[in-house]
Write a protein that binds this ligand. Structure first.
Ligand code: BGC
Ligand code: CA
Length: 376
């Protein structure tokens, strides 16, 4: 009898957790798990074969002068122009390409409007135009194999950015010696850093109701994306690795978007006033969360903690003001330069490694000002 009761309770607890979406994400997503175990997804520091964005930059200094880049055509596909982070990325990418000798008229950047069919058409158009290289931020990472086949079939080198294709796809590039690479950071590192920012505060401080558990809510980016999967998983894992007990009160998909996150966090906070930490997979959503935290009369650093990822200027200002606990710098400068350098290396014939990584940087009040200064 007793046993039955326990299992019934377990089932209903599980059902509730599933309704709330807690524990229903990255940890169980097969794609994320495969990637964890495969070398392709390893960080730049761990993978000896992987070039860092900076070494790629050095290599390029030697070759850029030889190439007549002014005549070369670059096609750039961005998954969605409305994305704050990708806006910083593409602006820097274009400026840097011009600084390296490309003509502005020969750089075409298109908006996939978060629709894979639209983006696939744009890729086909670039192929028809005969661009010399393509830089692609896929709408769906799961469409990478199709995209690669199209582009490689047209004999055009391809640099993927920001949304990492899965390990099986990356393995095809090296197996076939294709001119295809990925430039980006390892999202696991950003998640871990988010968790560490909370752990560094000390459990006493974060466990506001003193029940020995950290009550949190998670606001996820597009769950199709490894950045969202890994940040969700590894932020919480960092707390657990520190020996903390966690309790997920709510886990919602905000699709990287500020207004969506604002609404989700407003609902989550009114349903779960005992929330101690709000994890957001990016800063845009953390800014939305902050609006709702403030509207609920709560104060970050006093009765709730909030972390994001990206180090958007507004988020850095919030960290300095104490209205955000911390963020993680997603280095769009290193990544955009790395992507442009990789494109140049293909054009000059120098070639590239199949994975070009970079590091995230943990940002708290201690270094937010210097990160802000470095972005000016
Ligand atoms: C960034 C998000 C962005 C997403 C787009 C992530 O790496 O942190 O802000 O929305 O990429 O794919
Ligand atoms: Ca608690």
């Amino acid at each position: 009898m007793k046993k039955k009761l326990v299992s019934l309770l377990t089932v209903s607890a599980m059902t509730m957790a599933m309704l709330a979406g807690c524990g229903n994400s990255a940890t169980e997503a097969p794609a994320a798990e495969t990637a964890t175990e495969t070398p392709a997804a390893e960080t730049a520091t761990e993978a000896p074969a992987a070039e860092t964005a900076e070494t790629a930059a050095e290599a390029v200094t030697e070759t850029a002068g030889n190439a007549d880049l002014a005549d070369k055509k670059v096609g750039v596909c961005i998954y969605q122009f409305a994305d704050n982070f990708m806006t910083l990325f593409r602006t820097e990418l274009e400026n840097y390409l011009v600084s390296q000798g490309f003509s502005k008229d020969n750089i075409t950047i298109v908006d996939g409007a978060n629709d894979q069919a639209t983006q696939t058409n744009q890729i086909q158009n670039f192929i028809t135009q005969g661009v010399d290289v393509l830089i692609i931020n896929p709408v769906n990472s799961s469409s990478a194999a199709t995209i690669t086949d199209l582009v490689v079939g047209a004999d055009i080198p391809l640099v993927y950015i920001n949304r990492e294709p899965d390990a099986d796809e990356e393995a095809r590039w090296s197996a076939n010696n294709w001119n295809v690479t990925y430039v980006g950071c390892d999202a696991r590192q950003s998640g871990t850093m988010q968790g560490e920012i909370i752990v560094d505060l000390g459990q006493e401080k974060v466990d506001l109701n003193g029940d020995g558990k950290i009550q949190y809510i998670m606001i996820e980016g597009d769950p199709e994306n490894v950045d969202a999967q890994y940040r969700t998983e590894f932020s919480v894992k960092a707390l657990e690795d520190a020996g903390w007990t966690v309790e997920c009160l709510d886990d919602e998909v905000g699709n990287w978007d500020q207004a969506t996150a604002q609404q989700l966090v407003a609902n989550a906070l009114s349903a779960n006033p005992e929330t101690e930490v709000v994890f957001c997979n990016n800063d845009a959503m953390a800014l939305g969360a902050l609006q709702s935290i403030e509207a609920a009369g709560r104060k970050v650093g006093e009765d709730i903690y909030l972390v994001g990822v990206d180090a958007l200027t507004e988020a850095l200002e919030d960290v300095l003001a104490g209205t955000m606990t911390g963020t993680v710098f997603n280095d769009h400068i290193a990544q955009s330069h790395g992507a442009a350098d990789a494109a140049i290396n293909y054009i000059t014939g120098a070639g590239n490694e199949y994975y070009i990584g970079c590091d995230y940087v943990k940002v708290t009040t201690d270094n937010a000002q210097s990160v802000l200064d470095s972005l000016k």
